[in-house]
Design a protein around this ligand. Sequence first.
Ligand SMILES: [Fe+2]
Length: 355
Amino acid sequence: MRLVVLEKVVPGSILAMDIRLGPTTLLRKGYKLSDWEIRALGERGISALYIEDKLSEDCIPTETISERTRTLAVTTLEDAYRNFNALSKDRVRRVRHIAEVMVDEILERKDITVTIHDLRTYDDYTFRHSVNVTALSLTIGREIGLERSELQMLAMGGLFHDIGKMEISLDILNKKGPLDDEERKEVQNHPLRGFDLLSERTETEPLIWALARQHHESLDGSGYPDRRKAGDIHPWAKLITVADIWDALRSDRPYKKGWPADKVIELLKSLEMKGKLDRKTLRTFLSFVMPYPTGTEVLLSSGEKGLVLEQNREEPERPVVRIIETATGFQFTREEAPVLPLAEVRQLSIVQSIQ
Ligand SMILES: [Fe+2]
């Protein structure tokens, strides 16, 4: 399968992955897309799709957690977040259960690389974001050797980290233009609101409240809400911060397009250089987040175009690439297309559908 930007998806293209909205499957894998369905997906906030074609049939992106668990987690979290004013014991228990399932899955995986582009609509952003942040945080947590019980607590912190956002109106969260001072203040208040909600209305551990409160702090004291410095920030909050920035920048929002993976990696490195992010956490994160995701089209230093087939964990900048077009524009068929084991990638190029 290959990832194709929506504007380049042509009618008749075959979906390579289900498209879901909460618990509902909007369109199934194998479905042939019509013109109006492609437009309707664009209106719902989907900017790229995984499409099947012959050249990319053996490109299989990997996920941190299975689609089944992701869907269950998003649904459970949506129910808890939407009822934040009445977070019953039962709702919290269901979130604990999903945290356990996620921890089990992450511990079972052998070699995790993050290469998937998460398809999501505007409507379920906050829930999917929280689930992604949790999966990524758990992956970092596993790499640094946290134990199962610690991962369980970290997962609860990840799942609940943005619950304070439920008190902000969607008009502000989805606003297309820049926020005014009042609106920015409201947005920057969500870690504190999350802390209050969790500490006053749930029987959860104080560490979970702290993770909600500290996930926007910065090591140099320029973060919010408490302007804490490195030594006063819990190490797991530093870890959620990295996962949070990654997922927020990668995502399409009504006011911006998602950034390509390689650009987000550059920005994270520059934030670490400026003393805002924890070096060890970021290094761990970058060891499994790949700049050129499987199934995307890349431009090589030679001027050729290729499709990323597989990742090289040792050298993430040099993935396995199938050449699909020469520098002079000659297009290969699947049978004749050469494969480079360590490709010299110049940049991600615009992903296109070749039928
Ligand atoms: Fe947040």
